[in-house]
Design a protein around this ligand. Structure first.
Ligand code: KIV
Ligand code: ZN
Length: 386
């Protein structure tokens, strides 16, 4: 039986923490709607207590999102949890995500708390959160550098306190795939009540292993994966959503796992994020890079013409990419423009197309080539102004 893996997207929280990626309220709402269209199971909308802006974003996103769970991050402090609850109140499916560090180095130097105090604080935080919302996720920050015996103990206690999801973050991107596999396997074997909760993983990419570590965790039995679009996030970023999802779907035979994601919405989500943040994706980035589906070498092109699967393990269409890479510029007509809009996944009225086409022409006069990101940005801007 194939296992259903839940996709927890943290583009709007952990992703937003990366330099140059901060978003305003309107941009976050547009992005949240696209994540919902992508069918992510959980959208982490922000860290409600972090700032009034974050609080408002969680609140507004909670109001508009119907088909995904909306989560807000909180430390284990009552004031944080209360703020998350207040922000999440209107969500159809709210989740409080609370965390505390569990590694010796974090407990000693950052928290300045003993392990005993950390367990007490974690249990109290989960119990407090449960008073308001039934879906409570608990994260052991820096789990991969924590002592395993201590992890087993705190995980058991927070599950007894009511945590429904246990997240194992590789906060500093330190783990290797085999370590991640063994950690999840050991938690499953050594925490007596673990069957009462789902296991999640949250891998950072400092050594370029975020996606690999996540996939090994899935092989070991993880139920949920935490990730961001384009892999944005603190330092080297988080595990990238599109890479995890396409690895699971392309190698379904190997991972024996599926997700709910509508993969044809991936390119649109990626380009939307780029247009909002202005942070470009490297051309050779897997799945969403400009070169991910282009074939330059003559021998490859020849093979592709005979049979696409000679050099193509997934189709561009499966991630929502327009195959006929027609370049749009100032000489392009309304017909080609409309065609590209449809390929990008938008349904616009004739009047909306006319308005967007006018803006496109103005931009095309200034730029040699108009990219998909530019078109997405024109459409989304028009949508905001309506
Ligand atoms: O990387 C991390 O440990 C986090 C937690 C707050 C989940 O982002
Ligand atoms: Zn993180």
């Amino acid at each position: 039986m194939e296992k259903m893996i839940r996709v927890f997207d943290t583009t709007l929280r952990d992703g937003e923490q990366s330099p140059g990626c901060s978003m305003n309220l309107e941009e976050k709402i547009v992005m949240a709607k696209q994540l919902e269209a992508l069918k992510v199971d959980i959208i982490e909308a922000g860290f409600a207590i972090a700032s009034p802006g974050d609080f408002r974003s969680v609140k507004e996103i909670s109001r508009v999102i119907k088909d995904s769970t909306v989560a807000s991050l909180s430390r284990t402090l009552e004031k944080d949890i209360w703020s998350s609850y207040e922000a999440l109140k209107d969500a159809v499916s709210p989740r409080i995500h609370t965390f505390i560090a569990t590694s010796d180095i974090h407990m000693k130097y950052k928290l300045k708390q003993t392990p005993e105090e950390v367990v007490e604080s974690a249990v109290a935080g989960v119990k407090y959160a449960k008073r308001f919302i039934s879906d409570v996720e608990f994260s052991c920050e820096d789990a991969t550098r924590s002592r395993k015996e201590f992890l087993y103990r705190i995980i058991k206690d927070v599950i007894d306190a009511g945590a429904t999801v246990i997240n194992i973050p590789d906060t500093v991107g330190y783990a290797t795939p085999f370590e991640m596999f063994n950690l999840i396997k050991d938690i499953k074997e050594n925490v007596p009540n673990i069957h009462k909760a789902q296991i999640s993983v949250h891998c950072h990419n400092d050594l370029g292993l975020g996606v690999a570590n996540t996939l090994y965790a899935v092989l070991a039995g993880a139920d949920q994966v935490e990730c961001t679009m384009n892999g944005i996030g603190e330092r080297a970023g988080n595990a990238s959503l599109e890479e995890i999802v396409m690895a699971l779907s392309t190698r379904r035979d190997y991972y024996n796992a599926i997700t709910r994601i509508d993969t044809t919405q991936i390119m649109k989500a990626s380009k939307l994020l780029t247009s909002i943040t202005g942070v470009a994706v490297q051309p050779n980035k897997a799945i969403v890079g400009a070169n991910a589906f282009s074939h330059e070498a003559g021998i490859h092109q020849h093979g592709m013409l005979e049979n696409r699967s000679t050099y193509e393990i997934m189709t561009p269409e499966s991630v929502g990419l327009n195959v006929s890479k027609m370049v749009l510029g100032k000489h392009s007509g309304r017909h080609a423009f409309k065609d590209r809009i449809v390929t990008l996944g938008y349904e616009l009225t004739d009047d909306e197309i006319d308005a967007a086409f006018k803006e496109f022409k103005i931009l095309a006069d200034k730029k040699k080539q108009v990219f998909d990101e530019d078109i997405v940005s024109i459409i989304e801007r028009d949508d905001q102004n309506d």
